[in-house]
Design a protein around this ligand. Sequence first.
Ligand code: UDX
Length: 446
Amino acid sequence: MKITVIGSGYVGLVTGACLADTGNHVLCIDLDAGKIDRLRRGEIPIHEPGLDTVVARGLAAGRLRFSTDYAEAVAHAAVAFIAVGTPSDEDGSADLSHVLSAARELGRRMERDTLVIVKSTVPVGTSDKVRAAVQEQLQARGVPHKVSVASNPEFLKEGLAVEDFMRPDRIVVGTDPDDHRAKDIFREMYAPFNRNHERIFFMDVRSAEFTKYASNCMLAVRISFMNELANLADRLKVDIEQVRRGVGADPRIGPHFLYAGAGFGGSCFPKDLRALIHTSEESGEPAELMRAAQNVNLRQRRLLGQKIVAHFGGKLDGRTIALWGLAFKANTDDVREASSIDIIDALLQAGARVRAYDPAALETAATALKGRAGVSLVRSAAEALEGADALAVVTEWLEFRSPDFDDLARRLKSRVLFDGRNLYDPFAVRRAGLVYQGIGRSGVGE
Ligand code: UDX
């Protein structure tokens, strides 16, 4: 099948590369000429395990191509994904300008009946706007081509994007109920990922659009709920990690996504929560639970910083704090809405110097932290510890999982370890002579 993907960011690039890997001829386009140049050379602009191999394979086979040219994109295929960004507007709503401009560009050039697939995360009703935008252009040109619009939200996780795309737990497809041609195209395109049991859920377009927000907001609420319980556990001298195991053993709840920590960040949860809260308000009833989840998270992202400041009696002048982990989670270089930024701000405000290390996010963090004096970004976990009073671990990278606690105790002047992701056994940390502070773990062994 020939497929065009508009937008070569996270979602578009993974979608295009993986669909080329299963035998399709894919043309990915983007307005950013620099990015397209790099992609043509097989250079991947994001840190995403396995993506380089899939892109290289597609390029070598001639099945994956990159361009900045809409005319080429439209000529290439009668199936076009829109996978451009939908950032938050000032009021929290999703900014649809990129999506609608892509739709207009398609309509301006379409020379045959085309299936437009909206992959970007968009509010309910956006597909109708996309259809209208394309049709307006077709009418202006006086051409009779038919446009069919489908919603096919993407559920991939950063750091596991290729794996998630290749082995999806679900493929949500929203089409007009009688659009059999569109359904056939989806069945054919996703056949390689849909082998042993049916993973495609056909539904109407609006329900598909909503499913994406419902999934992300459900997960976000779940994390905030665990964080609220963890903070209560701290006050009650309960260990949230033991509670997590007990609670997660109930099959109705399940063990995943129950980890208390320094709060959620990234490009999806905070943005999607904002957008659905905005939609709720617009629809006439405020979203109380989601707003609470959002507030709990904003508080949680600051919590570790506050714990550190409180430990040192409110003042950090002359102190140096080592920070391991800047990315919003492991296996990505993404620092968008990362807790590390809030923590660094709290530490700097209290007068500390910060030495921060991340295995992948040093460059992105350098941009995000520009203008903040007092932060040094260093090249290794050990280097971050030089001259430090305390260590704060903010991201659950594998390389931070089992440090030598005796060595840490020797290096950290004030001998204290703040575990923002509950990675360590408090007993093992304390045996080495360190003070341990986690999230919701004050009850352990005290
Ligand atoms: C998320 C969704 O999982 C994915 O389906 C959607 O397509 C995009 O948004 P992603 O943002 O890549 O993916 O990361 P995810 O692994 O879901 O983690 C999000 C945040 O929640 C991270 O900051 C993570 O540290 C935090 N988290 C996750 C917790 O604090 N506790 C948990 O138990 C799980």
